[in-house]
Design a protein around this ligand. Structure first.
Ligand SMILES: Nc1ncnc2c1ncn2[C@@H]1O[C@H](COP(=O)(O)OP(=O)(O)OP(=O)(O)O)[C@@H](O)[C@H]1O
Ligand SMILES: [Mg+2]
Length: 287
């Protein structure tokens, strides 16, 4: 398995483009199709081509998001500093409540880490309401859920996104009880396996406060990156999340969607209205 994973991590194979079209059918091959899904389903383990919306929130690739791009470069730098001092390979991106920008941060962070040719894997571990594929302009494909259920191999679950220079494990079939899967030995085995094949493993996840999923995931990843969103995250919710993370290494916080009013004077100078941005705070530990 390790050799096969290595093949997937490395570049070199020809990119095959996945035609995108609307369909509501299911292919019986683990891909979940719906109104926004394509009629042609990528084969397992295949290289995928992202079809990004014109105004996609991918700051690393958009000329309209200079500030956001810089913020993610700062975040990458901070994380690289931390990993000089301690083990930091698998990073859980989570937040206290829904809609704070976890998925957006996870995707942009993975793409930013890949800019300096690190071997980067992005895992969609939001098995309830996965959305990484939407940002990437991809269909919902089989992936982590099937892998944890023993219905597909890890090598099959890992896709390659040449456009972003990252590898990607989609969430797979939606499940209402992901905790059972995350608590299984297989989850640890999956993370151990990918950690030995990639430089960074970024794990997108559901919010901490309403469900137990990210609590389980935090205990099997090296560190947590906590996202809070300006104007959205209530202080008590953030405190509740920090209390829940007691004993877990919190590598840092991202303050997402900081507006002019909340940004520093330096940021304000550069911030345009409607910019996608993130501010990386100093690393911290939940006491
Ligand atoms: N900085 C930002 N600028 C503009 N839009 C943003 C920003 N951050 C997030 N959004 C938008 O807010 C919505 C929620 O973002 P996202 O899906 O990343 O949050 P989430 O925390 O992963 O949500 P969930 O808890 O549902 O998984 C999306 O429509 C996203 O495009
Ligand atoms: Mg999300």
């Amino acid at each position: 398995m390790r050799q096969l994973l290595n093949d997937l991590v490395g570049a070199g194979r020809k990119t095959s483009e996945i035609p995108m079209a609307l369909s509501s059918s299911s292919d019986g091959n683990g891909a979940h199709t719906g109104p926004e899904s394509p009629s042609v389903t990528p084969q397992p383990g295949e290289r995928l081509v992202c079809h990004l919306a014109a105004d996609a929130h991918l700051v690393t690739r958009s000329p309209n998001h200079e500030v956001g791009r810089e913020k993610f470069l700062i975040l990458r730098h901070r994380l690289s500093q931390i990993r000089r001092a301690r083990q930091l390979k698998t990073l859980l991106v989570t937040s206290s409540i829904p809609q704070e920008g976890k998925t957006l941060v996870a995707v942009n962070l993975a793409a930013t880490l890949a800019l300096n040719s690190s071997r980067v894997l992005l895992i969609d571990a939001d098995l309830r309401e996965s959305s990484v594929h939407r940002i990437l302009g991809l269909p919902a494909l089989s992936g982590l859920a099937e892998c944890l259920e023993g219905r597909t191999g890890l090598t099959t679950a890992v896709r390659r996104l040449d456009h972003l220079g990252i590898s990607y494990i989609p969430a797979g079939r939606p499940t209402t009880s992901p905790v059972n899967l995350f608590q299984s030995r297989i989850m640890r085995d999956v993370l151990d396996e990918v950690a030995s094949n990639f430089d960074w493993v970024i794990v997108d996840s559901p919010p901490l406060n309403p469900v137990a999923d990210s609590h389980c995931l935090a205990s099997v990843t090296d560190a947590v990156l906590l996202v809070a969103r300006s104007g959205i995250t209530p202080r008590p919710a953030l405190l509740e999340a920090l209390v829940a993370l007691r004993g877990i290494f919190v590598a840092g916080m991202v303050f997402n969607a900081v507006t002019n009013a909340h940004a520093s004077s330096y940021d304000s100078y550069y911030y345009g209205q409607g910019q996608t941005g993130a501010t990386a705070d100093a690393p911290m530990s939940a006491a």
